[in-house]
Write a protein of this length. Structure first.
Ligand code: GLN
Length: 234
């Protein structure tokens, strides 16, 4: 293969709700079409994330229990992860991972689960309720519609510099109130979609790969790879 990307699977052994790991398989599937090899390394408890050692990261979702364990451990990596994000490092973060990139998540029992404060959102809990079911959103910027399945207690509110991944057409989204779903900040894509998100939304997978390739190989001609992102007709 012509290009190589190193992917960090953050806490892949603890956060993997509804097969979020499938997102990595989808990235590898499209990477092949883009003449790219992806080397995956799980970065978990007591291991290190070094910003220059990776080109891409994936952070899945989880239950409050696992999230609380990750919340304590990940503070060690806070500076490197934040530097990676500020340096336009691409990350896909789902549900629990999304919550942990922000300021905090108040768990279902009122416990505060600290995030790394890299992104400016925060997440509250709802009383005796979860947002569960199919969800469809529209991203106006790319004129793309994304489909998924959500199951979360958290209600996330976006902050400075963040724009939603899409506007809710049906389902609940970030908080059930403002019609936003997910977040985009620099090259970080966040969402509550499980299922896994990229299996049903291949265009998004290709966008993430392209961002990673362009960042790693700024001189290369990626017109062939760009041509793979075909605008949907709807
Ligand atoms: N524990 C979090 C919540 O309920 C995240 C859930 C998830 O990742 N599926 O909001």
């Amino acid at each position: 293969m012509k290009y190589q990307l190193k992917l960090a699977h953050l806490y892949g052994d603890l956060l993997n709700t509804y097969g979020d790991i499938g997102n990595i398989l989808v990235l590898q599937y499209y990477a092949k079409q883009m003449d790219t090899d992806i080397d995956v390394k799980v970065v978990s408890l007591e291991q290190d994330f070094k910003k220059d050692a990776f080109d891409l990261a994936f952070f899945g979702g989880g239950q409050d229990f696992e999230q609380a364990i990750v919340s304590k451990d990940i503070q060690r990596m806070k500076n490197e992860l934040t530097a990676f994000i500020e340096d336009d490092g691409p990350i896909l973060a789902i549900c629990g991972g999304y919550q942990l990139l922000g300021h905090y998540y108040i768990g279902a029992h009122g416990e505060k689960i600290e995030g790394i404060h890299a992104l400016d959102h925060y997440t509250k809990s709802q009383d005796h309720n979860r947002f569960i079911g199919d969800i469809t959103i529209k991203n106006e910027e790319f004129n793309e519609t994304y489909h998924g399945f959500e199951n979360h207690n958290g209600m996330t509110f976006l902050g400075k510099g963040e724009r939603p991944l899409g506007t809710v057409i049906s389902g609940h989204g970030n908080n059930g109130q403002d019609q936003t779903e997910g977040a985009i900040y620099k090259n970080v894509w966040c969402s509550y979609f499980h299922g896994p998100i990229l299996a049903r939304n291949g265009l998004l997978a290709k966008r993430i790969l392209l961002a990673a390739l362009k960042r790693k190989y700024p001189q290369a001609d990626f017109s062939k790879q760009e041509a793979l992102i075909i605008k949907p007709t709807y």
